[in-house]
Ligand binder design. Structure first.
Ligand code: XMP
Length: 521
């Protein structure tokens, strides 16, 4: 059966299901559908028909995937989905599967297509009414539909793929060989919207304003008169989750914000300012810097740092929460990508740093509330804006739980933290001033631990090297280094060496991930 929370949303809103065959863009398809105003969830292709029906979907999308439909044991949809009487859109592998499961034929393409290709479309096709007759699309395939199933007609073609799209509107079946969800298909959104609005006849009833109202009401009902605890890190997810619960039950919620002293410049004060002053939340800020620094003294190994910080966090949190008496409910900022099941059948894996190191299990709450469980990150940000959180907090880049500890190579001292905080502040300030902060996925300074010789005035210096790291990425699994304008790098470098004591050299990290990671530790 569907995730309880998901099913509750799905039955209240028009819902489209993405049937996941393991392709790399599958979450992106769901995000695009939601951006078009339609609630959408991703389920593995192997989901039972009972589960699929429990969402009462108004349309289904078959995704791409790495397999070939001609292989033995290739993933297939349950043929009963074709009997549901709702429109289906097959994308890439999904198109080939549709053809293969009916009486069409899938063949090896004479030439593999990869990348952006020219596409000629038939604008009378149901999905292509708004698309230019000649457009571009992103392709990535070795096989293609050689012969369409009976009843279908081709609605788009490329030089190497004559049947790049096909449809049989009488049965509500549509398919495209290209990827409408990626940004390299410039008119892809129009194709997806046409599927939702023309083929499925939907109206679009999914937006963060109405979700906020519904979710707040349901949290209120679930929590009743019980008291609720939240571990707030100041990051986007835990802040928005906490605020949702605060809107639902007000002062029944207590937030503990453990300040481990490894935050960026002014960050702790900002969190306090916004959530205590602006929203009048019950927020306890615990100044635990000394404890964390004492335990980290002399520790060099990155994983040892992470372990110590995780353990100490739980210890401080437990001590503080004990002082509050019994709190029955715990708020967690889990988001949809943490719980989505992969199409290839792996169990959902929740990253340990997302649920603050197994905290709820340890303290033993009656209930956990996860207001963001069904939302993508971009929806969390829009929800945060909807609730009135200032944009500098809502649009904050990701910041690792262990904070600056993993951005100081070698051992951590208060002095090094101060140097790094100042350098990082200058970097972020200049990026924001240049107006490119939302184009760069993550950007920060690293204290490399290396010292080198410099000259300042007439004096020789022997000081630290700061590395600047900035990456563009969509999923943080892979990333490219950001091409920051050289003039801007020059300004940043000048400012840091002039304004931050004990720094005499700045380097810019020009490695992608892989082979490097985004963080240095
Ligand atoms: P890497 O360095 O693995 O980082 O390329 C990918 C993303 O994960 C963040 N990151 C962490 N987040 N605890 C966290 O909460 C951690 O220990 C941690 N390590 C890396 C990193 O900032 C980037 O966004």
């Amino acid at each position: 059966m569907a995730d309880q929370q998901g099913a509750a949303i799905a039955t209240k809103h028009e819902t489209v299901l993405v049937l996941d065959f393991g392709g790399q863009y599958n979450q992106l398809i769901a995000r695009r559908v939601r951006e078009a105003g339609v609630y959408c969830e991703v389920v593995p292709y192997s989901a039972s028909m009972d589960r699929i029906r429990s969402y009462e979907p108004k349309g289904i999308i078959f995704t791409g995937g790495p397999a070939s439909v001609l292989d033995d044991g290739a993933p297939k949809a349950d043929p009963a989905v074709f009997e549901m009487g709702i429109p289906i859109l097959g994308i890439c592998y999904g198109m080939q599967l549709m053809a293969h499961m009916m009486d069409g034929e899938v063949t090896r393409a004479p030439q593999r297509e990869y990348g952006r290709v020219g596409l000629t479309v038939d604008r009378t096709g149901k999905l292509f009414g708004d698309v230019s007759a000649s457009t571009e699309a992103w392709m990535s395939h070795t096989f293609h539909v050689g012969r369409m199933p009976s009843g279908f007609r081709a609605t788009a073609g490329s030089a190497n793929c004559p049947i790049a799209a096909m449809e049989d509107p009488s049965r509500g079946l549509y398919a495209v060989q290209f990827h409408p969800e990626v940004m390299h298909t410039p008119e892809g959104t129009k194709v997806l919207r046409a599927f939702l609005y023309e083929a499925c006849g939907l109206k679009g009833d999914w937006n963060m304003g109405s979700y906020a109202q519904e979710a707040i009401a349901s949290i209120r009902e679930k929590v009743g008169t019980r008291r609720v605890l939240c571990a707030m890190s100041g990051g986007v997810d835990s802040s928005v989750a906490a605020l949702m619960v605060h809107k639902a039950v007000g002062k029944q919620l207590v937030c503990i914000f453990v300040d481990h002293g490894l935050l960026r410049k002014d960050e702790g004060d900002q969190v306090e300012e916004v959530f205590r002053k602006q929203f009048d939340m019950n927020l306890i800020r615990v100044d635990a810097e000394d404890r964390f620094l004492a335990r980290l003294a002399g520790v060099v190994d990155p994983e040892a740092k992470r372990k110590i910080i995780g353990e100490e966090f739980i210890r401080v949190f437990e001590e503080e929460s004990k002082k509050l008496g019994t709190l029955e409910v715990f708020v967690q900022g889990t988001i949809y990508p943490d719980v989505i099941e992969s199409g290839l059948g792996d169990a959902a894996v929740i990253k340990s740093h997302h649920n603050v190191g197994g905290l709820p299990e340890k303290i033993g709450f009656q209930q956990i509330v996860e207001p963001l469980r069904m939302l993508f990150k971009d929806e969390v940000r829009r929800l945060g804006e909807e609730l009135g959180i200032p944009s500098h907090i809502v649009w904050r880049q990701p910041f690792p739980g262990p904070g600056l500890a993993v951005r100081i190579i070698g051992d951590i001292t208060r002095e090094k933290l101060d140097i790094l905080r100042e350098a990082d502040h200058v970097f972020r300030d200049e990026i924001a001033k240049a107006g490119i902060d939302r184009q760069i996925g993550q950007y920060f300074a690293v204290l490399t631990g290396m010292r080198s010789v410099g000259v300042m005035g007439d004096e020789r210096t022997y000081d630290y090297t700061i590395a600047l790291r900035a990456v563009t990425t969509t999923d943080f699994m892979t990333a490219d280094w950001a091409r920051i304008p050289l003039e801007l790098l020059a300004t940043i470098s000048n400012r840091i060496v002039n304004e931050v004591r004990h720094v005499n050299r700045i380097v810019y990290d020009i490695t992608s991930k892989p082979p490097a990671t985004i963080e240095w530790e």
